[in-house]
Design a protein around this ligand. Sequence first.
Ligand SMILES: Cc1cc2nc3c(=O)[nH]c(=O)nc-3n(C[C@H](O)[C@H](O)[C@H](O)COP(=O)(O)OP(=O)(O)OC[C@H]3O[C@@H](n4cnc5c(N)ncnc54)[C@H](O)[C@@H]3O)c2cc1C
Length: 573
Amino acid sequence: MHATTLTTDVLIIGGGFAGLWAARQAATHVKDVLIVDKGPRDWGGLGGMSGGDMITLHEDQDINEWLDEVVFFNDGLCDQLMMLDTLRDSLPRFHDYEAMGHTFTRDGNGNYVRIPQRGLSHVSLTTSAPTGKGGINMRAALLRSMEGCSVRRMGNIMITAITKDGNRASGAVGFFNRSGEPVSIRAKAVLITAGTGGWKASYLQNSMASGCVELALKAGARLRNFEFIDNWNVPKLFAWEGQTVLLPLGGRFINSRNEEFMAERYSPVLGSKTDTQYNIRGMVLEVKAGRGPIVFDTSRIPEKYMEEVTPAAGWMKLNNEKLKNLGVDFFKDKIEWMPQPIASEGGIATDLDGATEVEGLFAAGTAQSLPTGVYFGGLSICHCATSGYKTGDAIGRYAANCDAPAFDQDQAEELLNRELSRLGRTGIAPKDIVRVTQELMAPVDVCILKTERGLERSLKRLEEVKNEFIPVMGAEDPHYLCKMVEARGMLMLTEAYLRSSLERTESRAGHFRADHPCRDDGTPLYWVEIRQHEGDMVIERKELPLNSYPLKPYRYYMDQFTFPLDEIQSFLR
Ligand SMILES: Cc1cc2nc3c(=O)[nH]c(=O)nc-3n(C[C@H](O)[C@H](O)[C@H](O)COP(=O)(O)OP(=O)(O)OC[C@H]3O[C@@H](n4cnc5c(N)ncnc54)[C@H](O)[C@@H]3O)c2cc1C
C-alpha cells in the first residue's frame, strides 16, 4: 500500500498536555510543528480527563524547603536538578494557564486553595475550578492558546517506530488507525510525549496503553525507573478519582472493625494521609489478617469542604449522578476499595532539556523519567507543563539550527511492512495478550510485596508468551492492529518492570521487596536503567550524581512506617 508522506520540522508523538505545551513552545522557533496522536485529534490525552490540580510553588513558599521534602519523600532517590527545574518553573506555567483563561480555585478571601500532600508540611497542590472540570478546561485553554501558531494537529495516527539516520532520529512511521493506510513522517527532530504506558486498568483503559517504551527502546534511548509503578486505590465496582484531595481533608481507609488501620498499626504519625503505595501495603496486610474488606470513609471530611469535593462538572459529575440513580451515595455509603497496578512511573532518561542519548530525539511529560513510585497529586499536570515548555523550547531551537537528516525510505518501508503484514490475518487476539499481561502483574508478590520468586515466575511466563504468542498475533482490521501494537507495548512494559524490580535488591520509595525489606544504605544511590542490545533488554545501574546535587539525603519517608515483616514473609511463603 502506498504510504502517505508528511514532512515537518518538529514531530511530536502524543497530543496530551506535555505534547501540547511542547508544540506551543517549539512553534516559536520553527516554521512547522506536527502533533500526531493515536486517539482523536485534540482529545488531550489523560490531561483532558484529569482534575487539573497542579503542584505549584507559590511566591511565599521556599524552594529549598520543598526540595528537602521531596528528597525525603522519595527516600533520597530524586533527580534533584530536574525536580528543582520543575518546582521553579511551576509558578510561571501556573500563571500561563491563568493568562490562557484557566481558573484555579480561590477561597472566600481570594487566596488560592492549596491542599497539602501525603502528610508533608510544605508540598501542596493548587486545585482547579470547578471540581471535575479542571482538565477539560485546561485542554480548552491550551488549544485556544495555540490558535495562530504554526502547529498542525492530526489524530488517529498510530506511530510504531522512530526512523534513524545513523544515531540521529529522522522521523517516524505508523498507520492511520481507521483506514490502515501507512504513513511516514520526515522530521528534523522528534519528541516523544506518548506517556509512559500502563495495564489498561480501571478508568484508564486504552487511554494509557502502549506509550513510550517500545518507541524509545527500539530507537536506542535509555529508560529509567521502571521498577516503580503507580499502584492506585480505586472503588472495587466503579471509577472514582480524587483521593489526593480527599485524604488530606479527612478521608480515611478503614477495615471491617472500623479501625483506621494505618494509624493504629503501620504509621501512627501519618495514618491514611500518605502515599498510595504505603496505604496499599497496609490494605494487603489487613485483608490477609482477616480484617477486610477495606472501605473508604469520608465521614470526617468537614462539612465546609463538601461542596468543594463533590464533582460539579465533567465525567466525575456524570459518574456521581449515575451512582446516585443506582442508590449509591459515594460520601455516605461504605464502599469497598481495592488496589490495582494502573501505570508505570518509569520514563525515558533525558538531560534537563529533555534530550535523550539519540541525537534529535527528545522526551517530555510522563514519558520522561521523574517520579520514583511515590507520587504527590498534581505533580503530573505540573511536570507536563514545565517539561513540555522547556523541552519544546529546546527541540525548537535544535531544529531551527540544523539541516534535515537523510530519510532512509527502505528502512521506513521495512518497518512499515513488518507491522502492516499482520493486517487482515487472524491469530491470537490482542485482548488475550492484554489479559495475560494483567495476570502477570496482578499477584501480590509481583506488584505490591515483591519477591524474587514472584518476579521470576512472571518473567518466565512472559518469555513464553513472547515466544509463543507474538509471532502469531493477527489483526483483522486497522483498529485491531492498533490494539495489537498496544498489547505488544504492554508486554515490553511488563518486562521492563519485572527486570528492573529484580535488579533493585532493596526497598525504597515506591518499591518494596519483601525479600529485601530494608534500604541498602551501604551501596551508593543508583537508578536502574534499561537499554536495548540485539533485541534484548540490558539492565544497568547508574549512580546518582550526588556531588552535583544541592542536598545529601539524610532522612527517609519510609522510616515512618512499620510493617510486620514476619507476617509478610509468612503469607508469602
Ligand atoms: C481521571 C484522572 C485524573 C487525573 N487528575 C490529575 C490531577 O488532578 N493532577 C495531576 O497532576 N495529574 C492528574 N492525572 C494524571 C495526568 O492527567 C496525566 O499523568 C498527564 O495528563 C499525562 O500527560 P502526558 O502528556 O505525559 O501523557 P498522556 O496524557 O498519556 O498523553 C499521551 C498521548 O500520546 C498518545 N499516544 C500514545 N502512544 C502513541 C503512539 N504510539 N502513537 C501516537 N500517539 C500515541 C496517547 O493517545 C495520548 O494522547 C489524572 C489522570 C486521570 C486519568
